[in-house]
Design a protein around this ligand. Sequence first.
Ligand code: NAP
Length: 337
Amino acid sequence: MTIRIGVIGTGAIGADHARRITQTLSGGQVVAVNDVNRAQAEAVVARLGLDAKVYDNGHDLIKAEDVDAVLVTSWGPTHEEFVLSAIAAGKYVFCEKPLATTARGCLNIVEAEVAAGKRLVQVGFMRPYDKGYQLLKQAIDAGQIGEPLMVHCAHRNPTVPDGYVTSMAIVDTAIHELDVLRWLLDDDYKTVQVVYPKRTRHRFEHLADPQIVLIETQKGVRIDLEIFVNCQYGYDIQCSVVGETGVANLPEPQSLLLRTDAKLATNILTDWKQRFIEAYDIELQDFIKGIEQQQLSGPTAWDGYAAAVAADACVLAQESGQIEPVVMAERPTFYNK
Ligand code: NAP
């Protein structure tokens, strides 16, 4: 059985996911594409040699009889309408983050999915598919470090462009930690605060960089998350979980260990696309497998909602300087594991 997939939004990640499905993964075929920029969609079809119809409208693609499942990889503000449309059509939908640009929008999707009575939505949070984070989770779940008490994290980029503004440190950057740490700790957030250290000189004037997000979870774990997006030296993701009897650290990406010139050295990645490249493959393969088995198991619409609520609280905390509560709706039993 081949899952026939339609891709809405053939920009950077949409085109890359289409390539994955076509060249790397098994069980799926891209049969339809759409982009507001039709020429771009046509160019992706030509470049990848797809046997795919180009649609002028994402909703028409979703309704097409020969489309079994949809990837929503368009601009964030369009995600909600396309995901709701896919649910209405009873089709499986993989939506890149953000699920919607507001927590209310995410909740609309949650409510539509619950009403449909079947899991149809997977959100494109790929870090839970990363082998390093999976090792961390296995160690925590097996009790190898006792109960987790504290987590120290860092998310560092070498540089960001002029268009990157202070709130993007949360909604574009920290959002991945906000997702993966809930999953890692099997916990929800209680409060957040954002504090600003001395600012780096290597930034555009309008940006506060670095920032530290301080989080308290419902179980009382304390998380400090450094966001430093002009660190100059590389793309560096750190996560260290301190438990009652030990510490578990996220493994570094594999790299040659080089002894030369009186130094012992390993490389640090500089391109974020490389850091979780395998996780992107695994998450999409899992989506296709979930459709084959009629049971999705990846990040849910509820996870998308939870990340949005936490991000909203962090953006508020950026502005207020206060400790802000993270207030979520009651989780529908539909999403119980
Ligand atoms: P991008 O290169 O700008 O691609 C988005 C594409 O969607 C563009 O071609 C855009 O066309 C098109 N589009 C906009 N509105 C549309 C509509 N109504 N119908 C159809 N197509 C529409 O952006 P990107 O980097 O691929 O990011 C896309 C999404 O993926 C974002 O939500 C981003 O946050 C997410 N993302 C996630 C990760 C991750 O790590 N999980 C990584 C990268 C991106 P125009 O350019 O002509 O407007």
